[in-house]
Design a protein around this ligand. Structure first.
Ligand SMILES: *[C@@H]1O[C@H](CO)[C@@H](O)[C@H](O)[C@H]1NC(C)=O
Ligand SMILES: *[C@@H]1O[C@H](CO)[C@@H](O)[C@H](O)[C@H]1NC(C)=O
Ligand SMILES: *[C@@H]1O[C@H](CO)[C@@H](O)[C@H](O)[C@H]1NC(C)=O
Length: 280
């Protein structure tokens, strides 16, 4: 008995240490290659996680960037239209919550024929929209609570062009009625990773009416493989969400935001300036 207790203790110590080493010191291969937002799977390491993620190193025209108030003085004219909501689903892809059509597949949803972005005589169709928390784009060195990305594509099967509309949300005096269907689902039962639910939602209709001033630049996807040649439109019209909507979205989105990248015009991210959002 005298020697038994120390022996049992030692045995537990060894078992414990082997767990620590297998789970902390040498994560399994597949865990290493899955991109995310924290630690060694985070944005600074994306280019090392897969040979196809090289562009994420941030060489040419990467997104997001730090925007300046004066960027919005040169607004690009875009026309946003959405006629009627179609069969939509809300899915959790493990990185964000996304809304898209139920037609097509989860990986390749059908385009919304009735939701369009027109610019310079070209028509883009809505593909999906999703959320980043906090915002990925910054304005004058600061982020906002949430950014929605509406991803559009031209109809070409072979070489579709992609355009993304970025819309900021921040705490304001009212809630965003268009977000309520998502908040209700989260509050009842969050969507599991790789799962989806049917949803009736008119967020695009509500937001598209309020987007007036957009800054346009050529950037990239903000997730691997960080593909460039994406036409970006970022709206300076900040939308209001309520504290309870923020809390619900935070519960599922946690932290899913890439850091700002070098601007093509050489403008460095600024320090926190006196800028305050004008929340609609
Ligand atoms: C890299 O990504 C491709 C495409 O998603 C995938 O097929 C491949 O298994 C990945 N390689 C590694 C090492 O994870
Ligand atoms: C304004 O935008 C146009 C078109 O995007 C661009 O060609 C022009 O250089 C911009 N002007 C300034 C002052 O940024
Ligand atoms: C979701 O919508 C699809 C397509 O409209 C339908 O087939 C399916 O039954 C719906 N699922 C639920 C749970 O309502």
């Amino acid at each position: 008995m005298k020697f038994l207790l120390p022996t049992i203790f030692l045995a537990f110590l060894i078992i414990g240490l082997s767990f620590v080493s297998s789970y902390v010191l040498s994560p399994r291969e597949e865990e290493k290659s899955v991109w995310g937002y924290l630690g060694s799977n985070g944005p600074a390491y994306w280019h090392q996680l897969n040979e196809t993620y090289g562009t994420c190193k941030g060489i040419k025209q990467q997104t997001p960037i730090d925007l300046k108030v004066e960027d919005f003085t040169n607004s690009t004219k875009i026309e946003l239209n959405v006629i009627k909501p179609t069969d939509l689903i809300l899915l959790n892809n493990g990185h964000t919550y996304q809304v898209q059509r139920s037609e097509g597949t989860i990986e390749k949803p059908a385009l919304h024929e009735d939701a369009t972005l027109k610019v310079d005589g070209e028509t883009y169709y809505l593909y999906q929209y999703h959320f980043h928390m906090p915002s990925e784009h910054h304005i004058e060195g600061r982020d906002l609570l949430l950014e929605g990305h509406w991803v559009f594509k031209t109809s070409s099967e072979q070489d579709a062009k992609v355009a993304v509309l970025g819309v900021f949300f921040d705490l304001g005096e009212r809630d965003e009625p268009g977000l309520e269907p998502i908040v209700e689902i989260i509050d009842k039962q969050p969507v599991e990773v790789n799962d989806h639910v049917n949803i009736t939602i008119s967020l695009s209709e509500q937001i598209f009416k309020r987007v007036k001033t957009v800054y346009s630049y050529d950037g990239s996807f903000t997730i691997p493989p960080c593909t460039e040649g994406i036409r970006w439109f970022v709206s300076s019209d900040v939308q209001s969400i309520s504290p309870s909507q923020f809390k619900s979205l935070k519960y599922v989105l946690k932290y899913n935001s890439r850091s700002t990248q070098k601007r093509l015009d050489g403008g460095e991210p600024t320090s926190h300036g006196p800028w305050k959002p004008n929340i609609d």
